[in-house]
Design a protein around this ligand. Structure first.
Ligand SMILES: [Zn+2]
Length: 239
């Protein structure tokens, strides 16, 4: 057990280097640490995509978002960021927001403190190295599973935990029509919608998500919604 304390010291020092630059981030006093939906006063909807990026599905989704003048937020896995850095650059280039979905998709409440910090900080570092704007430092915990320790960690590191208000159910392997039916009847001002552009093992077919977006995007635009990032859906517009 002699090695454990020294490892902890090394990791604590490393964390200092990783966290200190994150201090003074965008979370202002009084802003919620945990977000479930945006402002009800604005006709805005935030689409979010977890578990990617995927070289197969993410480019199709980026094309559709561009076609309908939509911006979205991608909660990416650090392991995929390292594998497909060009997709992260493309998201940023097209004005989308990129958030942290951990490195390898564990259930964070069942993960020890050091391991969970490593999951989040390694991913943040990978995004930093790609020049990803990290001023908002959004975290979506895998399975949306979190505990009080994660809430206080997020607060201390000036981050927000982003959940959502509508589950498209695409992660369950639904067809595109079922995904559309899970989403469209429920959408309102400030909705934050869960979609998936990949899965942690890259084995699942996400084409139904892509096909569903071909219906969802034009309908939401027709209904007058602006499709925006998490940062925008949380910010009041001054008309
Ligand atoms: Zn996930």
């Amino acid at each position: 057990m002699q090695r454990l304390p020294s490892l902890q010291i090394v990791w604590s020092l490393l964390l200092l280097f990783l966290i200190v630059p994150a201090m003074g981030g965008a979370v202002k006093a009084g802003e919620p640490v945990t977000i479930r939906c945006g402002l009800p006063s604005e006709a805005e909807v935030a689409l979010t995509f977890d578990d990617g990026p995927s070289p197969l599905y993410t480019p199709q989704i980026l094309d559709l978002l561009a076609k309908y003048q939509a911006h979205a937020t991608f909660f990416v896995l650090g392991c995929k960021v390292e594998k497909y850095p060009w997709l992260i650059r493309e998201m940023v280039r097209q004005g989308h927001e990129v958030g942290n979905h951990s490195f390898s998709h564990p259930r964070l409440p069942q993960t020890g403190q050091l391991a969970r910090e490593r999951e989040l900080e390694t991913t943040r570092l990978a995004l930093d190295l790609l020049g990803c704007p990290q001023e908002h430092l959004l975290i979506r915990p895998p399975y949306s599973a979190f505990d009080d320790r994660l809430v206080s960690y997020a607060a201390h590191t000036h981050r927000q935990i982003v959940l959502g208000s509508i589950d498209s159910g695409d992660w369950r392997g639904l067809g595109s029509e079922a995904i559309v039916q899970n989403v469209l009847p429920r959408v309102g001002n400030g909705s934050i919608i869960y979609f998936h552009d990949s899965d942690e093992k890259e084995q699942k077919n996400r084409q139904p998500t892509v096909e569903a977006l071909k219906t969802i995007l034009p309908v939401l635009r027709y209904r007058g919604y602006k499709l925006v990032t998490i940062d925008e859906v949380m910010t009041e517009n001054h008309h």
